[in-house]
Design a protein around this ligand. Structure first.
Ligand code: CP
Length: 335
């Protein structure tokens, strides 16, 4: 495949290949080999029309660790603020020889539009589009779950290892509870698609006003009872309340929200012993998650960021360098 637009496009084999490649790349980085020559001479453009900390920085780190040249484009301060269109921006990037464009955009469908246009010749990677999808976030979340819940093939973290298959490859039957602002969450959409492809069972918990129309057709369960959904889960993923996309009329008061849908120390203590607490970031401390939980050893938010670099390296490698010999056969450079 030339592009990564949607987690829903990935087969079980596709996703497993990406996750296994990320594991291999993480293993190499663990041997203090910080840079691989795989994408030398290739250019990756980070095209961000919306704010980002984690995704933009980790795509940049991933591309650089594969020796690609990186151009960072932020709509703020660019000619987009003078009204330049996506098409003309893309044509400008094409003229600079972009081999891959990593795009974040407030409009759902913008990466698909770019990938199906003839404006750009290279691969397109969706780094989050509107409320639609954020496939690399779902991949790094699955990578993190595999390490904790199924055991890491490279001897990954052993913290609270759950009843996995012991190979580090299988999330089949794992129970994942996703909580919060599902309505606005591209992270939730991508996770539901990817986790179910990998065989996990997903339960969404949200206020009725923060569930999208048609959610009953998603391949997951829906519950309004957080405590019940936490009782038997292997991982709980707290979603950010997206105030910037919120119609205030649909939102309970902050106090009511955190009481009914927030994760605090008492709820965390009621989780199964092996269960992990996830958050894609950025976090609203005191809203969907208390500082006590966010800073606890069970919360993988910072580890998820670190895993994001390996996963994004794998995606760029497979899209741009996948015909090269296997990663481990490349001559490597000590940084
Ligand atoms: N999780 C995530 O996408 O974070 P950023 O918005 O900081 O990239």
């Amino acid at each position: 495949k030339r592009h990564l637009i949607s987690a829903a496009d990935l087969t079980h084999d596709d996703a497993t290949l990406i996750l296994d490649t990320a594991e291999e790349l993480a293993r190499i980085a663990g041997r203090s080999i910080k840079k691989l020559p795989t994408l030398r001479g290739r250019t990756v453009v980070n095209l961000f029309f919306e704010d980002s900390t984690r995704t933009r920085i980790s795509f940049e780190a991933a591309a650089k660790r594969l020796s690609a040249d990186v151009i960072n484009f932020s709509a703020k301060g660019s000619s987009v603020s003078k009204g330049e269109s996506l098409k003309d921006t893309a044509l400008t990037l094409q003229a600079m020889g972009a081999d891959a464009v990593v795009i974040r955009h407030p409009s759902s469908g913008a990466p698909h539009r770019l990938a199906t246009s003839d404006w750009i010749g290279g691969s397109v990677v969706n780094a989050g589009d509107g409320t639609h999808e954020h496939p690399t976030q779902a991949l790094l979340d699955a990578f993190t779950m595999r390490r904790h819940l199924a055991g890491g093939p490279g001897g990954g973290p052993t913290f609270h290892r759950g009843p996995g298959d012991g190979t580090g490859r299988d999330l089949a039957g794992r129970r994942i509870t996703v909580v919060g602002d599902v309505l606005h969450s591209r992270v939730a959409r991508s996770n539901v698609a990817l986790l179910t492809t990998l065989g996990a069972r997903v339960t969404l918990v949200a206020p009725p006003t923060l569930l999208p129309i048609g959610v009953e057709h998603w391949p997951c369960e829906v519950s309004y009872d957080l405590d019940r959904a936490l009782a038997g889960c292997d991982a709980v993923m707290m979603l950010r309340v997206q105030s910037e996309r919120m119609n205030a009329a649909f939102f309970p008061t902050e106090r009511e929200y955190s009481r009914r849908y927030g994760l605090d120390g008492t709820r965390m203590a009621a989780l199964p012993e092996h269960a992990i607490v996830m958050h894609p970031g950025p976090m609203n401390r005191g809203m969907e998650i208390t500082a006590e939980v966010a800073d606890s050893g069970r919360c993988t938010a910072v580890e998820q960021v670190a895993n994001g670099v390996s996963v994004r390296m794998a995606v760029l490698y497979l899209l741009l360098g996948g015909n090269e010999p296997a990663v481990t056969t490349h001559r490597t450079e000590e940084s």
